[in-house]
Design a protein around this ligand. Structure first.
Ligand SMILES: Nc1ncnc2c1ncn2[C@@H]1O[C@H](COP(=O)(O)OP(=O)(O)OP(=O)(O)O)[C@@H](O)[C@H]1O
Ligand SMILES: [Mg+2]
Length: 206
């Protein structure tokens, strides 16, 4: 499998404030990369642009598979993302949330598979509880699963370790390691625990 993401001269300006200036980089599968920088330096903005959730002011992001450009639809199907501003459905249970996210990707889902995923983040016993009753770390674990159930080729993680304890961090380490064996994972972070998860791709200033 030959995946490639090319960032071509990306700039982003919000109301006259230049957040990203002329960023170019290329990522090829398999592997793990990090986007580093202090608070407010533009890490989340760049990750949203890579995900296609935000349009750059200048430049473009290309997704290539065996040298062919992906359509917007193929790109959406191939990406999984975890970010602080991506919400779960709080009145629905953990299992219902996973079913929803999997079906939204057109994936035929079996509850037995989803329960196995929940087991991996110690949420099996809470599968039928509404997300509204979860702690912040439990919500973060479930968010990780919603990005993984369709086995994305490209995994984008924005501060994936926020609110996680050591067991949660271990799940992330494992996930990054597995993803980096077959696909692409890009992690935006300034958490010292996550700095070594990949090769630095972009270092942003203050
Ligand atoms: N939708 C928006 N409208 C206006 N300004 C924005 C918007 N999104 C981000 N910004 C600004 O862009 C800059 C970078 O924000 P961003 O969230 O990308 O930083 P970050 O590196 O992820 O920070 P943190 O480490 O705190 O998560 C900030 O000055 C922020 O105020
Ligand atoms: Mg951020």
């Amino acid at each position: 499998m030959n995946w490639q993401i090319e960032l071509r001269r990306i700039s982003k300006v919000f109301d006259e404030r230049v957040v990203l200036r002329d960023i170019s980089a290329t990522v090829t599968a398999p592997g793990a990369w990090t986007i580093l920088g202090p608070n407010g330096s533009g890490k989340s903005t760049l990750l949203r642009i890579i995900a296609g959730l935000l349009t750059p002011t200048e430049g473009e992001v290309l997704y290539l598979y065996n040298g062919e450009r992906l359509t917007a639809h193929q790109r959406r199907q191939s990406v999984g993302m975890v970010a602080p501003d991506i919400a779960l459905y709080r009145p629905l249970t953990a299992l219902e949330n996973l079913r929803f996210f999997a079906r939204a990707r057109g994936l035929p889902v079996r509850d037995s598979d989803l329960l196995r995923w929940l087991e991996r983040v110690q949420l099996r016993s809470r599968a039928h509880d509404p997300v509204a009753s979860f702690s912040t770390g439990m919500v973060q674990r479930l968010k990780l699963l919603t990005a993984l159930v369709h086995r994305p080729s490209v995994l984008l993680l924005d501060e994936p370790g926020s609110n996680l304890d050591e067991a949660g961090m271990e799940f992330i380490r494992e996930t990054v390691r597995e993803q980096a064996q077959h696909g692409i994972v890009i992690i935006a972070t300034n958490d010292t625990r996550e700095l070594g998860y990949g090769e630095p791709l972009v270092r942003l200033g203050a």
